[in-house]
Ligand binder design. Structure first.
Ligand code: GUN
Ligand code: ZN
Length: 444
């Protein structure tokens, strides 16, 4: 037996729901001597290795010792076109876009350039344990083709779609849709080329309200209504100057209301940042099934503000994590959690290791409406997972050794971990990234 079967041994953790503040007996499964059975790229069984049913035995064994095996990380908001923007000094959002982002994004009409950057970007994600992301390219169709081709080569589950931008000055002449009809035609052509191809999904991507005309937002709302199988991604209420500008341009009760009245809310609609929203906005996001991407390294780096996780979750809004490269400062979801903890600590909202790893995995899958495919190790799901090393750095090794409980160790890993803690990343069961040669014991 064992054709196309791999038995992965390690300390296995996955989530069935949001653990909230629970430190014990939350909605997760932890198998310290765990086993994950992968058959033809999908999870066939997960549990304690001593309880492995005979029908799942046989095949290749990969023994990761006491390393932590968790579902692949989900990055709910990131710009692959901003690889070379990361760590640009001294501006807040609107100036930062004009000064640093737009000149860099203008190069993505060049297919070769786009392809090179997409390859670099995806390899960095894999090195950090991220296997699914919701990704902004640029306004150029070439930037979508390049990204989707590179994601497909790596067999990654990814969401992406051409950026739509047609209003000055946040769509400058060198980075702008010529008109709404062309933007619609290009979008539909890319949907045909990539949506549902392999593991790719298409996201309608109006950059944000200030770079959109009413006609563009209306067009996106029409497409969204015609094609509820597509995703939608944009930015919402990131910065106070941006919020003020949106009010001047569009009026309305709130920033969210501008998107709402164009029909952009609903399942598979993903809003990045959401710092300056109120309870009415949260209720509206929740009742429409829209989701939020929480991007702490970006929010701190651009001095944007502090996202209120507690009130978003209490209102019932799905929340995932975003690195938001290039405003964000790390490709690592572990580092993103480290910063999330600090941003929340400033608001008196502690974030446990368990809740952090939930947000990084199942929470992200819920925000992207991908729980039928990824997010945990329920049998039948795609076997994307990451193997983390408790001893990756001297400080992490010391801290996890003196920790008395698994809960403490998990929090230390979330706080001190980064790409150095990623021992291996598997996509559909196959190892796509590894920092080490892994000895595979024979004859088990
Ligand atoms: N708002 C509109 N465009 C962008 C972008 O590229 N990055 C961030 N962080 N916010 C935006
Ligand atoms: Zn962004």
């Amino acid at each position: 037996g064992g054709k196309g079967r791999t038995l992965v041994l390690g300390c296995v953790l996955h989530f069935l729901d949001d653990p909230g503040d629970a430190a014990e007996n939350g909605p997760w499964e932890l198998f310290e001597r765990g086993a994950l059975v992968v058959e033809d790229g999908h999870v066939a069984w997960v549990g304690d290795r001593d309880a492995l049913p005979p029908r799942h035995r046989g095949g290749v064994v990969v023994d990761y010792g006491d390393r932590l095996v968790v579902p692949g990380f989900v990055d709910c908001h990131v710009h692959y076109s901003q690889v070379d923007v990361i760590a640009s000094y001294g501006r807040q959002l609107l100036d930062w876009l004009q000064t640093y982002v737009f000149p860099v994004e203008s190069q993505f009409g060049d297919a070769n350039h786009a392809r090179k950057i997409a390859g670099f970007f995806l390899d960095r994600l894999l090195a950090c344990g991220t296997t699914t992301a919701s990704v902004f390219p640029t306004v150029h169709t070439e930037s979508v083709d390049a990204f989707c081709a590179e994601a497909r080569r790596r067999e990654l589950r990814m969401l992406c779609g051409k950026v739509l931008m047609d209003r000055e000055p946040f769509a400058p002449p060198f980075l702008r849709d010529p008109d709404v009809d062309t933007a619609r035609a290009q979008t539909l052509e890319l949907v045909d080329r990539w949506h549902g191809v392999g593991r790719l999904g298409y996201s309608l991507t109006p950059r944000f309200a200030p770079s959109s005309t009413e006609a563009m937002l209306r067009m996106v709302g029409e497409l969204r209504a015609q094609r509820p199988d597509l995703w939608l991604q944009t930015h919402l209420a990131e910065n106070t100057a941006e919020v003020k500008l949106v009010h001047e341009l569009f009026g309305g009760r709130s920033y969210l209301d501008v998107y709402d009245r164009h029909g952009l809310l609903g399942p598979r609609s993903l809003y990045a940042h959401c710092i300056y929203i109120d309870d009415q906005d949260r209720a509206r996001l929740a009742e429409t099934g829209s989701a939020i991407a929480f991007c702490p390294t970006s929010n701190l780096f651009l001095g944007s503000g502090l996202f209120d996780l507690h009130h978003a979750r209490a209102a019932g809004v799905a929340v995932g994590l975003g690195t938001d490269i290039g405003a964000g400062t790390s490709y690592s979801i572990l580092q993103t959690l480290n910063e999330a903890y600090k941003a929340l600590a400033l608001q008196g909202q502690p974030l446990s290791g368990h809740r952090g790893f939930y947000l990084a995995t199942l929470g992200g899958a819920q925000a992207l409406d991908l729980t039928d495919r990824i997010g945990n190790f329920s049998p039948g799901k795609e076997a994307d997972f990451v193997v983390l090393d408790w001893n990756a750095t001297p400080e992490l090794a010391r801290r996890t050794r003196v920790a008395k409980t698994f809960t403490e160790r998990l929090f230390a890993l979330m706080t001190l971990g980064d790409d150095r803690a990623v021992h291996a990343t598997h996509v559909l069961g196959r190892r796509h990234h590894s920092t080490h040669t892994i000895p595979i014991p024979a004859g088990r």
